[in-house]
Design a protein around this ligand. Structure first.
Ligand SMILES: NC(=O)c1ccc[n+]([C@@H]2O[C@H](COP(=O)([O-])OP(=O)(O)OC[C@H]3O[C@@H](n4cnc5c(N)ncnc54)[C@H](OP(=O)(O)O)[C@@H]3O)[C@@H](O)[C@H]2O)c1
Length: 276
């Protein structure tokens, strides 16, 4: 899905940086986008391992050193239903990568986004959540599932955290008058490698169903693309988007105290000052 989003944005004339942890795959994807597009199409790969806070910091430094503007940041990466594992810094992987990785990445890139947006042309942060956030519980006292790990619980919690983050980020951007918007996207059920960690019977059952009922990666990318470039969303942030429309997220995601508390704890977990 990330590839389809990148391909589409590059086709619109945007200089796209594909950031990922698989160098060969990423280079090949960037090359394919350039080869298949017109001469103006510009896509490149930069290494970024979202399961490493160190790698995120290094990526941001390299990106900033180049002095490029950043008009759209798509927080797309995710892993789902993985067995209990940790990031490089020992954070539970699904919460650490899906949520904290993007929290740190977005926070460190915020100054570039603020400089890149302008009146009538806000920079945009697009964050991939999921319908699973509706059934999620945010375990504030054990965000890293140290006491009890459930693969499903950790994934859905990470997706709820991304919605809470998006709303809090938008509130902060609005309060500061910055030309940047933040929206969360639910792409629907999309037939991708995300489901590779399903147990074998579930995977076997999913395969024929997915062929019939799931969206293709190109279809799945459509709402992220809408969030990234639609003129309708100029200056509009703090939304949860599904099927190309604003819709309601889980009631709990609108809890401003919870958003603020999660922000505070996230700063502590990734080593940012609280006002970041
Ligand atoms: N598919 C669905 O039905 C569905 C539904 C709701 C929400 N979503 C969300 O949509 C987003 C995209 O998922 P997808 O369905 O397109 O799955 P996918 O094909 O598995 O894509 C996940 C992406 O995350 C990247 N990634 C994984 N670990 C990484 C790391 N350590 N550092 C940097 N990048 C990493 C992967 O890169 P590599 O391949 O190079 O590892 C891949 O590009 C995810 O956030 C997912 O939660 C998907």
């Amino acid at each position: 899905m990330g590839y389809e989003t990148a391909r589409h944005l590059a086709g619109l004339g945007m200089h796209v940086v594909l950031a990922g942890n698989e160098e060969e795959e990423g280079l090949a994807a960037a090359r394919k986008i350039c080869d298949e597009g017109s001469e103006q199409v510009k896509a490149e790969f930069m290494f970024l391992d979202l399961a490493s806070l160190k790698s995120i910091r290094q990526f941001v430094q390299k990106f900033k050193d180049r002095g490029l503007p950043l008009h759209v940041l798509v927080n797309n990466a995710g892993v789902m239903l993985v067995p209990e594992r940790q990031t490089e810094e020992g954070l539970e992987l699904q919460f650490g990568l899906n949520y904290l990785g993007h929290f740190l990445l977005s926070s460190l890139l915020l100054d570039v986004l603020k400089q890149s947006g302008g009146p009538g042309r806000c920079a945009r942060v697009v964050t991939m959540s999921s319908a699973t956030h509706h059934g999620a519980t945010l375990n504030m006292d054990d965000l890293l599932s140290r006491r009890c790990y459930s693969a499903h619980g950790a994934y859905s919690q990470s997706k709820l955290a991304l919605v809470l983050f998006t709303y809090r980020l938008q509130e902060r951007l609005t309060a500061g008058g910055w030309p940047v918007t933040a929206n969360a996207v639910d792409p629907g059920m999309v037939d991708t490698a995300l489901y590779d960690n399903l147990c074998s019977p579930a995977h076997a059952a999913k395969t024929p169903v997915a062929k019939l009922l799931f969206r293709t990666p190109a279809e799945g990318a459509s709402t992220a693309i809408y969030a990234a470039v639609s003129p309708e969303l100029e200056g509009v942030g703090g939304c949860y988007l599904y099927n190309g429309q604003r819709t309601q997220s889980a009631d709990i995601s609108y809890d401003a105290d919870l958003q603020a508390e999660l922000w505070r704890r996230s700063c502590a977990l990734v080593g940012l000052p609280e006002e970041a």
